[in-house]
Design a binder for this molecule. Structure first.
Ligand code: GTP
Ligand code: MG
Length: 200
């Protein structure tokens, strides 16, 4: 009987057959090299959740946009230290009638962007409700980022100091962004991805 890789016809009876082990270049294990991060974008209707997501993924901005119905989904790949991270970005509808449907999407998320509009104090006051939804429905280790959108507009109703104060209450970094002028949009998603990698 021939062993795998053993030399045939060796004369010594007790010779250990030599076994050749081929060294193979293995493909990286998917579990450790390709990670999927599920991110949720939440906040009141009209604050710019779809605009932020569309700017980040497609680098586009539209002044006239349809309100989101239910939830929209976009994908983007980012690389950190040679590792691919596949972002699944769930852009939710802010309208009250979709709220219970949105809650079903908190399950299994690693990161959440909570958006308000810096020209709407009402959208800022309602952040408390969105944060309550996160603590009730999201995994406890979810990484949160607070985002004040529409920083390009005049007529602010929420100051940077107020944003910073609220963000420290919720232990979430605060970024002011503009989907329209593409200000701080990449930084916003970078903050989420880096936060997840470090903490979750
Ligand atoms: N000036 C300015 N307008 C913005 C910005 N982001 C969004 N908008 C406008 O704000 C409006 C609402 O934006 P959406 O992205 O649809 O808001 P949303 O949060 O997705 O709203 P829902 O889908 O209803 O929850 C649109 O007319 C956008 O063009 C911004 O950074 N600056
Ligand atoms: Mg939308």
């Amino acid at each position: 009987m021939s062993c795998f890789g053993a030399k045939k016809g060796t004369s010594g009876k007790n010779k250990t057959p030599s076994i050749t082990i081929r060294s193979e270049t293995r493909q990286p294990n998917n579990d450790s090299r390709n990670k999927v991060f599920k991110l949720l974008v939440i906040g009141e209707s009209g604050v710019g959740k779809t605009a932020i997501t569309t700017r980040y993924v497609d680098d586009q901005f539209k002044s006239e946009m349809m309100s989101t119905i239910g939830v929209d989904f976009k994908k983007k790949k980012v690389v950190r230290d040679g590792i691919d991270y596949n972002l699944q970005i769930w852009d939710t509808a802010g309208q009250e009638k979709f709220r219970s449907m949105t809650k079903s999407h908190y399950r299994g998320i690693q990161g959440v962007i909570v958006v308000f509009d810096v020209t709407s104090s009402e959208s800022f006051q309602n952040i408390t409700r969105w944060m309550q939804d996160i603590s009730t429905h999201a995994p406890p280790k979810v990484f949160k980022v607070l985002c004040g959108n529409k920083s390009d507009l005049p007529g602010r109703q929420v100051s940077t100091q107020e944003g910073n104060k609220l963000s420290s209450e919720y232990q979430a970094p605060y970024l002011e962004v503009s989907a329209k002028t593409n200000t701080n949009i990449t930084e916003l998603f970078d903050a989420v991805v880096d936060g997840i990698i470090k903490t979750v």
